[in-house]
Design a protein around this ligand. Structure first.
Ligand SMILES: C[S@@+](CC[C@H](N)C(=O)[O-])C[C@H]1O[C@@H](n2cnc3c(N)ncnc32)[C@H](O)[C@@H]1O
Length: 298
């Protein structure tokens, strides 16, 4: 074995046996006590029955279940909600429709605000929702202006976590609740995979740390009331419903047809579509995981 093998450090806690002959075998022993043998692989078990068991649905929650999770916090008519990083106000409109509360959807991208204003004008509950230009680092609202904050899939873009969460605490009423969704890295994500997915999605590497987020939330004046590790569940639901793109097929085409695609759609579009597919695939592989936190302002 060469230098790369000699230099290889297994994950902490890995059980190394003298039979391990490659780095990948060493890693495998982190989870399984030994590799499958040829005899076991082609042995006395039923392939069809095994695949049928795996193909059974686990009745996954769809991504829209985040609106139910928000509803469980008890919003109602008379409450004012901040949807931070609300893009085109789609979540804000759904929250207004389901719970009758007012929603201010704040986003820094002018194109998102324009789309939001169109969506609001056309929506039956649009009079309850407003799309406002702004940043989480400097929320355009008075202290204690909101009863709830909703934050979905936007925090990866944020450079200063403590400042951003401090702003969320500032604009919340005392004891107000924040429902916070973000994707985090697990210890399965390799550095090269992290660099690729983060680099293509305008994300900040430090935001993928669970420990980093939890300590920033506490430092900003929140108590963590609940953590729901959604993992890849939402993607199971969209795959079963047939509503998701085939992200693996996309990656294969993006890789094989790189030059022509960049020529046709531009480098930024190429990279963001690639990053979005990797974002999803890495969640399915357990290298990234969705989490939904309930935070209470102290
Ligand atoms: C992946 S989208 C999610 C949008 C929406 N929350 C949803 O779940 O559909 C991320 C959003 O974060 C917004 N964003 C990026 N940086 C931000 C910042 N510093 N403050 C507030 N929003 C930000 C982007 O403009 C974008 O709309």
């Amino acid at each position: 074995m060469g230098a790369a093998y000699d230099a290889f450090e297994p994950f902490p806690g890995a059980t190394i046996t003298s039979d391990d002959s490659t780095p990948s075998m060493r890693r495998m022993t982190n989870e399984w006590s030994k590799p499958v043998t040829v005899e076991e692989m082609y042995g006395d078990w039923d392939w069809e029955a095994a695949v049928a068991a795996v193909d059974r649905s686990l009745d996954p929650r769809p991504s829209s279940s985040i609106i139910d999770m928000f509803g469980a916090l008890g919003p109602g008519p008379g409450d004012v909600v901040l949807d931070i990083g609300g893009r085109d106000a789609a979540n804000g409109l759904e929250i207004a429709k389901r719970y009758g509360c007012r929603v201010i959807s704040v986003d820094p991208a002018e194109a998102n605000i324009a789309d939001g204003q169109v969506a609001i004008a056309e929506h039956e509950f649009g009079e309850l929702v407003e799309a406002v230009h702004g940043f989480i680092e400097e929320i355009p609202a008075a202290d204690g202006a909101f009863d709830f904050v909703f934050s979905r899939d936007m925090f990866a873009h944020v450079a200063d976590a403590e400042r951003a969460l401090g702003e969320c605490a500032r604009v919340l009423a005392p004891s107000g609740l924040m429902l916070f969704h973000q994707v985090f890295a697990t210890d399965r994500l390799e550095p090269i995979e992290a660099a690729e997915v983060i680099g293509h999605t305008a994300a900040v590497p430090e935001r993928f740390s669970v420990e980093g987020f939890e300590s920033a939330a506490v430092a900003a004046g929140f108590s963590i009331e609940n953590v729901d590790v959604v993992g890849s569940e939402w993607y199971e639901a969209s795959q079963e419903a047939g509503t998701a793109s085939n992200y693996l097929l996309q990656v294969s085409r993006l890789r094989r047809n790189k030059a022509a695609l960049i020529d046709e759609i531009g480098e930024v579009a190429y990279r963001v579509v690639y990053g979005n597919a990797l974002w999803t695939i890495n969640q399915i592989l357990g290298k990234l995981e969705s989490r939904v936190y309930t935070l209470r302002r102290n």
